[in-house]
Design a protein around this ligand. Structure first.
Ligand code: PRP
Length: 203
């Protein structure tokens, strides 16, 4: 029996489609239920940012999660496969017509992704003041909370609708299959069979 943590949110739909093709049945979590049994597998529906915790603590053997979340959390998980869905970028966004002024004594950045932001700016030796937010990041520079943002960009429409533009792309992300290191030793055959099935669907 394998337990698999699937993410809610932006990569949920494409991820569920992959599993529906493998198991040839609809993946519907009824009545706000968070656990779904399909054949010999147990699926958990969790917040994307929580997938690494479930897999790290072995509440799930395997999980699907965005590379951006993995890089932000630096969890000690085995990365098995890039699913090629849920593609997006981690970008610096600034209000249009207002260039990112790197000569400021300190740049104020609003973001959900503190670690990615800190690493990026420290690699460039640019002093940064990070304001941690949990959502609607695009609002921050519009009301003077920050000079710029570091956020996910998929279609680009949220930035555009809020008068922001991409100043730089920090990294690229997509959904990845990850697994717990201990599960990989104990349930290697089952995990590799799942890996092969997913690979067959996506390539
Ligand atoms: C993400 C991200 C941007 C938006 C980008 O937010 O933080 O706000 O999606 O997508 P786009 O380029 O296709 O417009 P999310 O929907 O996860 O909600 P949030 O406000 O909770 O961050």
């Amino acid at each position: 029996m394998l337990t698999i943590a699937l993410p809610k949110g932006r990569i949920a739909e494409d991820t569920l489609k992959i599993f529906e093709k493998i198991f040839k049945k609809p993946f519907i979590f009824d009545d706000r239920k968070l656990i779904l049994h399909v054949d010999d597998f147990k699926f958990l529906l969790v917040r994307s940012q929580d997938v690494p915790a479930y897999v790290l603590h072995q509440a799930a053997d395997v999980g699907v999660v965005g590379l951006d979340v993995l890089e932000e959390q630096e969890s000690n998980l085995t990365r098995l496969l890039d699913l090629g869905v849920g593609k997006c970028r981690v970008c610096i966004g600034v209000p249009k017509n207002r260039k990112l002024d790197l000569s400021l004594p300190e740049i104020k950045i609003a973001t959900k992704m503190e670690n990615i932001t800190r690493k990026y700016f420290s690699s460039k030796a640019i002093p940064v003041n990070i304001i941690k937010l949990y959502g609607s990041i695009e609002l921050a520079p519009l009301v003077g909370l920050s000079d710029a943002i570091v956020d996910l960009v998929e279609t680009g429409s949220t930035m555009k609708q809020n008068g922001l533009e991409i100043a730089e792309t920090i990294s690229y992300s997509s959904a990845h299959l990850v697994c717990n290191k201990n599960s990989f030793m104990v349930k290697k055959e089952e995990i590799l069979a799942l890996y092969a099935n997913i690979k067959r669907i996506i390539y």
